[in-house]
Design a protein around this ligand. Sequence first.
Ligand code: MN
Length: 251
Amino acid sequence: MTTPLILVTNDDGIQAPGLALLADALKALGEVHVYAPDRQQSAVGHGVSLWKPLRVTQVREHWFQVDGTPTDCVMLAVRSLLGRRPDLLVSGINTGANLGDDVTYSGTVAGAFEGMLLGVPSFAISNVSHNPRHLDAAATFAVKLGRRILDHGMPEDTMLNVNLPDLPYEELAGVAITRMGRRNYQDEIIRREDPRGRVYYWIGGADPTHAQESGTDFEAIEKGQISVTPLHRDLTNHAAMHHFFEPQIEL
Ligand code: MN
């Protein structure tokens, strides 16, 4: 068997400590290539740069920075620059949670989502703290999960969204397979005045709260567990289709 080819990206930018830790740890599984944004790209979602040229700069062996989004990075690497399809894609280690409804805003999750769309077994991994002290625990788990995926594969049209509480590896309370929870975003808009007395707004100033529901990613984090949520490529609400059959929507 040839050495597995592993693509690593993130949305916190190429300087982020979580990226280096992740890329170093994954060397245990194969040849690691990093394609990451040249700056902070958190919350850019699944954005693609269609209206500007993209520059790719090598910063060291197998490390490239791109002046674009995480999705740009994955597209360029998988569809062109790597030369062959990677065996695994890991996006992270993100600083800050990607739980519940936040996944659609997340550049970290989008990097893995793009990998899935391109047929690469992919997962996103985040530490829920904005000031994490135990990123190494996420790196250790990424190697374990990556090995499992290389050995046992990934279900079709599926990616994994992984979140860890900010705990030392030995203090983690196990691994929970979870579903997406729900955020309450109503407290999210901060209104302030600038030094010249003009009003400005800041979105996402504070961490939003979430619904207390069992089996969710939020619950796992509260219990000190690693949350692993399988996300499906198909966003269709199949059960809701019937609602629109009767009365039928006429032309
Ligand atoms: Mn981020």
